[in-house]
Design a protein around this ligand. Structure first.
Ligand code: PLP
Length: 400
């Protein structure tokens, strides 16, 4: 593995890059990126076709391999993350799966943080073991627990920070050094933070994965994903993707490229609404615990401050009264949406214990930080006072 930082020379997220990254303008002189809905591309002659297939010249052949919209979206994302290369995928889960499957073989071992997105956990726990790939789980909040899990066949580290829904944070600088010391590939799911808040490649992550479905689109319209990072690893991922087919639709790539133009202003509002809500709920008598990376009582507050621009758009809190009260709270909301997504213009509330994580036992839920009355709020872009008023009235109604 090349030790040079993938992000050498990276000046940090630039709103100008998000809006002004160059694209190939056609003879129509369009101002905005055009949409290329075509499944294949025409060859000038037999020699050009041969050279394209032999990778001797760059160019599009077939949209499963590449398409101008996917390339434009991913080049912009690479600029914003400070990475060399990347690939767009049909969903966030395609990105998580591909980033690992493309680089591993039977007999390899993964170390992953325990609190992970549910489908990522299913890949590691159910799907990969069928192919002889095993995983050990380390505590995100306890860097001391990682060293003892390294085995001779360990190849890769996979983490989410901040994690969903526990909002735990790991020190990416420490993790980058740990990965380098053991010559392991470090993959970070940066979906909760987005490139605007955090750039894991700066701290030594080799690949950064995204569900673009969440804050990146941020408007609840499309599903999509991305993997960006080291060129030599992306080359492996691209080979795997080209022959297995989890390509992002060019239409969704076009949407997501436009979404990146407004990511910074949207994240500013998501995050300021989230911090205000976390502060307001901290003194609420019906709430026993509020968790938010930029609240001073968060166990990894100092680390979050070091590696994140803001604390993110998601706040969790524990409503007094357990599972029943959690369900009643959800049923009492009048404005907030009750839907299985996050990172939208509309604020969303979820109760993991009775929905996404209902199949786990209390002990299994506790291990990933999900208490019976835990409520997760994804802050939207509405007026803060309207969001707070709805949550306050639902807390009151559900308690009576
Ligand atoms: C939603 C999510 C995913 C999966 O993304 P999809 O676009 O739904 O496939 C992966 N990781 C995290 C942290 C997520 O929140």
């Amino acid at each position: 593995m090349n030790d040079e930082s993938a992000s050498q020379g990276f000046q940090g997220y630039s709103e100008t890059d998000a809006i002004r990254t160059q694209f190939d303008r056609t003879d129509f002189r369009e101002h905005s990126v055009p949409l290329y809905l075509t499944s294949s591309f025409v060859f000038d002659d037999a020699e050009q076709a041969r050279a394209l297939f032999a990778d001797e010249i760059p160019g599009n052949i077939y949209t499963r391999f590449s398409n101008p919209n996917n390339t434009e979206f991913i080049q912009k994302l690479c600029k914003l993350e400070g990475t060399e290369d990347g690939i767009a995928t049909a969903t966030g889960m395609a990105a998580m799966y591909l980033s690992m499957a493309a680089l591993l073989k039977s007999g390899d071992h993964i170390i992953a943080s325990r609190s992970l997105f549910g489908s990522t956990f299913q890949i590691l726990n159910v799907i990969f073991p069928r192919f002889g790939i095993t995983t050990s789980y380390a505590e995100l909040t306890d860097p001391g627990s990682w060293e003892q899990l390294v085995k001779p066949n360990t190849r890769l580290l996979f983490v989410e920070t901040p994690s969903n829904p526990a909002l735990d944070v790991i020190d990416l600088e420490w993790l980058g050094q740990f990965a380098a010391a053991h010559k392991l590939i470090l993959i970070v799911d940066n979906c909760f933070a987005t490139p605007y808040l955090q750039n894991p490649a700066r701290w030594g992550a080799h690949l950064v994965t995204h569900s673009a479905t969440k804050f990146m689109d941020g408007q609840g319209r499309v599903v999509g994903g991305a993997i960006v990072g080291k060129q030599e690893l992306i080359k492996e991922v691209r080979f795997f993707a080209r022959h297995t087919g989890p390509t992002l639709s060019p239409f969704n790539a076009w949407i997501l490229s436009k979404s990146l133009e407004t990511l910074a202003v949207r994240m500013e509002r998501h995050c300021s609404n989230a911090l205000k809500l976390a502060e307001a709920l901290s003194s609420h008598p019906e709430v026993s615990l509020v968790k938010y990376p930029f609240l001073k009582n968060h166990p990894q507050y100092a680390i979050a401050k070091k590696q994140m621009r803001h604390g993110g758009g998601v706040v969790t809190f524990e409503v007094k009264g357990g599972v029943e009260r959690g369900r009643k709270f959800l049923n009492s909301l009048k404005m907030l949406s009750h839907t299985a997504n996050l990172g939208d213009t509309r604020s969303i509330a979820t109760h993991p214990a009775s929905t996404t994580h209902s199949k786990l036992t209390d002990a299994e839920r506790a291990a990933v930080g999900i208490t019976p009355g835990l409520i997760r709020i994804s802050l939207g872009l509405e007026e803060f006072n309207d969001i707070l008023a709805d949550i306050a009235q639902a807390l009151q109604v559900s308690g009576s």
